[in-house]
Design a protein around this ligand. Structure first.
Ligand SMILES: CC(C)(COP(=O)(O)OP(=O)(O)OC[C@H]1O[C@@H](n2cnc3c(N)ncnc32)[C@H](O)[C@@H]1OP(=O)(O)O)[C@@H](O)C(=O)NCCC(=O)NCCS
Length: 201
């Protein structure tokens, strides 16, 4: 843990006197992040994540470190020129209700502003939590189609009962959130790899 503290001091963690640090995740935090995600994923309140997915997205994450232990985390995943999703947000049950979820989400929102994004959304069961941070509920159908690619890993798929919440940093007209629906939102492999799937000879 000494080594982690040394590294994080150079990336300006937010710290306070009660031994809590909110800082960007390190690759060495990923196993602790997975240990936090797994029970929530088993209960279908979060999507499951493989170690490989977590390592690949580690730069999206902020972690909450309490007395040297990872007590929670959240990720900001950029999806479009002005849009990001808050995902994989959780606080260990022993630490819930202490304001840590709010603080890590606020750090992710600061990061969204630093990136000059215009809006941030989440798919969640935690309507009151997100409303307390200024998010509003929107129709799920307005979200980019791309996000449903992740949902096939959810136990509840296709019977999703999560709600969509969004926070706008600047005014937006009503309508689809993110890329215009007419743009391709998934990778067209056949276009990228001509001849893919065609019989040879
Ligand atoms: C959602 C979660 C991250 C909140 O973290 P937390 O540290 O317990 O929340 P906080 O203590 O920061 O609470 C912030 C505010 O939200 C409210 N809140 C938090 N959880 C709430 C709940 N389940 N129901 C109602 N209000 C809630 C708090 O009362 C507080 O309001 P206030 O600022 O007006 O006092 C945590 O409950 C969790 O890990 N849940 C399981 C995983 C999950 O559902 N993740 C969300 C995926 S998008």
């Amino acid at each position: 843990m000494t080594e982690i503290t040394t590294v994080t001091q150079s990336i300006t963690p937010e710290s306070d006197t009660d031994n809590v640090v909110i800082r960007p995740a390190l690759a060495s935090d990923v196993r602790a992040i997975k240990d936090l995600v797994d029970p929530f994923a088993r209960d279908a309140v979060m999507l499951p994540k493989t170690l490989s997915e977590l390592y690949e997205s580690v730069r999206d994450f902020m972690v909450i470190e309490v007395a040297g232990e990872i007590a929670g985390m959240g990720a900001l995943h950029v999806m479009w020129e002005d849009l990001a999703e808050i995902r994989t947000l959780a606080v260990h049950p022993d630490y819930q209700g202490k304001g840590y979820g709010k603080r890590v989400t606020e750090r992710l929102m600061e990061e969204a502003q630093r990136l000059e994004l215009g809006r941030v959304f989440a798919l969640t069961y935690q309507e009151k939590f997100f409303k307390s941070l200024g998010f509003r509920v929107v129709d799920k159908k307005l979200l980019p189609k791309k996000i449903w690619g992740d949902c096939i890993h959810c136990k509840k798929f296709p019977m999703c009962d999560e709600i969509a919440v969004v926070y706008d940093f600047r005014p937006y007209p009503e309508g689809p959130i993110g890329p215009p629906p007419e743009l391709p939102q998934v990778i067209d492999l056949k276009r990228l790899v001509p001849g893919l799937g065609e019989k040879k000879g």
